[in-house]
Write a protein that binds this ligand. Structure first.
Ligand SMILES: [Fe+2]
Length: 351
């Protein structure tokens, strides 16, 4: 060993001894912690994943045999990113899962500081009630449960209903702001006629003198029939984004911003034979295909998708969208948070 190597080894040993000595005073050395770490770009450990609905549909059905919706409180199969085992996260900031409510079942009423987005995947005849008003679910509908609002779900139809839940649970947990409360009864009192919120806030008008009480949308139900009709009408008008096709953002009609303060959601139309350009963003994006077939191509993988399939692309992973036929995709991310904090960064052309 050279004299130089001896000196380096002695230096490292001295550093190790120093680190262990200061640890008891709750101190740690920044330089040693950062040594060898590339801080020049985000390094999400999450990985892109696809869930084929046909593959997991039997598991969802079997969950229905194993436990009732009421006993489970929420009978959900969580979409876990394998990089975060047992952490109930699909991206670093988002929880996602598929919830099943069978005919005649009730998912009891509660409220919490997390916000929930719901995107209906299959079945009809169920409703979710939000602060005393029901929204009857149809496949493709987008429903918001703002933080702090009482909500329960019930299926009064004849077929099982499954929807995608996306919640900001990891983010709210990270901020140590989790509060949760059960309603005194399984089902909340319905106090508002069906359709009140869409009439009051969803007709391109607002009640005179209206001032918003929060950043959350006062319209909590965005029917697929309306969203789809808008996309189809615009398909002949354009313009089409080279990366996203025709991408429309669900908005809070009172302020034009995202439907919630923490999570943004979009519905996008890709025309047949669409071949999108590469795109990456600091937001991790969860896609749920609604119509058509296509693929999401990342640097290392190609995920074919058809109706009801789900794909998550973590932040700063480059990907391209392709469609073989006219297609519609839903997607959600933590974009509003990143925008508000000035942290959102997008890169459209560089892999
Ligand atoms: Fe909830």
């Amino acid at each position: 060993m050279t004299e130089h190597a001896d000196a380096a080894a002695a230096q490292l040993e001295r550093e190790r001894e120093f680190i262990s000595r200061i640890k008891i005073r709750n101190l740690a050395p920044l330089w040693a912690n950062r040594r060898g770490v590339d801080l020049s770009k985000p390094a999400s450990t999450a990985v892109p994943v696809r869930w084929r609905y046909d593959d997991i549909r039997p598991d969802i059905a079997e969950a229905g045999d194993i436990i009732t919706a009421e006993d489970a409180f929420r009978r959900v199969l969580v979409l876990e990113n394998p990089s975060y085992p047992d952490e109930m996260r699909v991206t670093n900031t988002l929880y996602a899962g598929l919830q099943l409510v069978r005919p005649g079942e009730l998912a009891p009423c509660h409220r919490h500081s997390q916000t929930a987005l719901r995107f209906i995947v299959e079945g009809e005849g169920a409703f979710t009630s939000v602060d005393g008003e029901r929204a009857w679910m149809q496949p493709g509908d987008f429903i918001v449960t703002p933080h702090g609002s009482w909500h329960d779900h019930a299926n009064e139809g004849a077929e099982p209903v499954v929807w995608l839940d996306v919640l900001d649970t990891p983010l709210v947990g990270f901020l140590d702001t989790v509060f949760r409360e059960s309603y005194p009864a399984p089902r909340q009192q319905i106090s508002v006629p069906d359709g009140t919120s869409p009439a009051r806030f969803g007709a391109n008008m607002l009640p005179e003198g209206y001032t918003a009480a929060s950043l959350a949308t006062p319209v909590f139900h965005y029917p697929y029939a309306r969203s789809r009709a808008a996309l189809v009408a615009l398909a002949s008008a354009g313009p089409f984004d080279p990366c996203h096709g025709l991408r429309m953002q669900y908005v809070n009609p009172a302020n034009g911003d995202h439907a919630t303060a923490t999570m943004g959601a979009f519905l996008q139309y890709l025309p047949a034979a669409f071949r999108g350009e590469p795109f990456r963003s600091t937001e991790g994006i969860l896609f749920c295909a609604v119509e058509g077939h296509g693929r999401i191509v990342t640097d290392n993988e190609t995920f074919e998708w058809g109706p009801r399939d789900l794909v998550v692309v973590p932040g700063w992973h480059s990907f391209r969208l392709e469609a073989d036929e006219d297609a519609i995709l839903f997607n959600a991310s933590d974009r509003p948070v990143q925008e508000k904090l000035g942290l959102l960064r997008e890169d459209r052309f560089e892999k």
